[in-house]
Design a protein around this ligand. Structure first.
Ligand code: FES
Length: 343
């Protein structure tokens, strides 16, 4: 018989109290309770979920997590996504309404249904859960993969649905334990745990601005989800959507296949592929745009940049350069930019 321990967590300021069941992390327990605990990656990398322990004890799952600086360590700060309360605790953290989950995350048992290759190193994995797949376009889930010690964050590429379908487009990582399991040791019918949804870079259907999605590398899935969500909601009847996809070489380029099936493709949905290293040996010829994806965004949209709503996902150098270009060079307000930082 499994007995779930229950610990009580209280925050200051605000005096919010919620329970942590079993080995949940402080962050996930807070979000399950609907609290606006600041976070982005849920994986120890971004540092957004820092808190101070005022009373009680925690178990730190990853003391060396890169999300904490030397200075944070000296100040005794901890990461909520890497800590589990071992007793009742009291913590100091500033919760905000913007971080309150629109859909509270839940753990679900998921069955692996099928997979298919999208590029030479990206594969789509489809899982099915009992009940609905409740998430917003652009969000991610934590996958607990048997044989992999820590859960991994992967973005859904489809949109929320009542059939319990969760689709992930995952890029193979060289020597990566999690992707090795997924790519080589997963069989139809195998079960894993999907915990979600998480993430704040979700589609804002109420915003009337035209949309720019920028994806690089493993950031394809959430941007495909945003485009699908926008098309499905009817937003694109009155709005344009520009989809930029940056790859290293021509064989990395994809995205068009998913956009092509959406109503409005070529008319209201525009695909802009960009390659940074064209003409690699053995690769197919490339006649499209070359260079970095942020330069392609600037070249295509120019001075009109502050009129768009931006969603992006990709490697940290890409998201950081893009954010700086938009905010510093073009004065795009921070509220119009949506991305979750992963490292
Ligand atoms: Fe905890 Fe990113 S480090 S959310």
């Amino acid at each position: 018989e499994i007995v779930m321990t229950q610990t009580r967590i209280t925050t200051e300021p605000g005096n919010h109290a919620f329970d942590q069941l079993g080995k949940d992390t402080v962050l996930r327990a807070a979000l399950r309770a609907g609290l606006g605990f600041p976070y982005e990656c849920n994986s120890g990398g971004c540092g957004s979920c820092k808190f101070e322990l005022l009373a009680g004890e925690v178990e730190n799952l990853w003391p060396q997590a890169p999300g904490l600086t030397e200075r944070d360590h000296r100040r005794g700060l901890l990461l909520a996504c890497q800590c589990t309360a071992s007793t009742d605790i009291r913590i100091k953290v500033r919760t905000t309404p913007e971080c309150e989950p629109v859909i509270k995350p839940q753990r679900r048992c998921a069955r692996f249904a099928a997979a298919n290759d999208i590029t030479h190193d990206i594969r789509e994995f489809r899982f099915v859960t009992e009940g609905g797949a409740d998430f917003l376009a652009g969000q991610y889930a934590m996958l607990a993969i048997p044989g992999v010690s820590t859960p991994r964050a992967y973005s859904m590429s489809n949109v929320g649905n009542s059939q319990g379908e969760w689709h992930f487009q995952i890029r193979r990582v060289a020597h990566g334990v999690a992707t090795d399991k997924l790519f080589h040791h997963l069989h139809a019918g195998d079960e894993i745990e999907i915990d979600g949804p998480y993430g704040l870079a979700y589609l804002r259907p109420e915003v009337t601005r035209d949309i720019v999605c920028v994806a690089g590398g493993s950031g394809l899935a959430p941007m495909v989800s945003i485009a699908r969500g926008a098309a499905q909601s009817g937003m694109l009847k009155t709005r344009q959507l520009h989809f930029f996809y940056g790859g290293r070489t021509p064989r990395d380029i994809c995205g068009e296949t998913f956009l092509r099936e959406l109503p409005g493709y070529g008319d209201r949905i525009h695909f802009h592929p960009v390659v940074s290293l064209p003409g690699q040996e053995g690769d197919s010829p490339w006649s499209g745009e070359t260079g970095f994806v942020h330069d392609a965004v600037r070249r295509s949209l120019g001075d009109g940049l502050p009129n768009f709503e931006f969603y992006f996902a990709g490697p940290p150098p890409m998201t950081q350069t893009l954010q700086e270009m938009l905010m510093v060079d073009h004065q795009v307000p921070f509220e119009q930019i949506h991305f979750d930082r992963f490292f």
